[in-house]
Design a protein around this ligand. Sequence first.
Ligand SMILES: [Zn+2]
Length: 285
Amino acid sequence: MRPLVRPDLGTVRQQVAARANPAARQRTPARRYGGSGEHQELAGEAYSLARGYLIFAFGPYCSYCEIPLGASLAVEHKFPKSKNEFQETNWANFLLACPNCNSRKGSKEQDAVLFPDDAARWFHPGPGSPFRYTRASGGRVRVEGQTAEARAMVTLCGLDAGPSTEPTASDRRGLYRDAAWNEALASAERLRKMYELTEKDAGRGEALRAAMRRQVAATAVATGFWSVWVSVFWEQLHTPGWTRLLDPSGTDAEERARELARQLFVTGYPALGLVFPGTRNVFAP
Ligand SMILES: [Zn+2]
């Protein structure tokens, strides 16, 4: 699951307003939109804007399975609104969900579950991560919780549900996730090839590498499944072939791998719209 940083509701509303009308930036104080802290309520007509705010803050992906979605993204309540009225309009209780995760999750009670916006740097692709993405024989991607809370999340949304072989099946999460793994592997290989071909060309080489990095970021953003991209690249960037290309002197390969992964999948290229919004930086040392 992609680790999310939840921005303050007031900040989101101000940024959305400023994007629609740049002149509004000056005359729209953040405080007008509610207090600070995580318990900010969205009242009345503002509630209907929640979906847009969430897409602005986190991107058009299911917060749980990470499938990219357009029209069918729904506002999802982490803790069921049926159990607590206040949770219905609590900004801190909102995430985006695809129909499959939403219906699997339903309004089940959940106490010890790891949510994507739970503070702390909990997802990183290396050892110690609470979620582990691997590919089993036969090409199927598996997601396994490494802690009790992470396992509870996998079960809650059925994140490890395999792809159906039925072309008419409505649950296509596993199918698209498997395809994303293939695309990430192919992209990592294209990027490595570009680094290899430009190894001896210090001038023009960097421009070509940068162009290919943008292409990889663009493909990842369009394909979705952030965790798959990060897991594949993290593994690839630690192979001897990449280590040599990233750090010919052999002193700093780990930091260079983090730097590249951070650029591709965390900081991205916001000016080009090639970014996963709201992604917590898990590649900080
Ligand atoms: Zn989903």
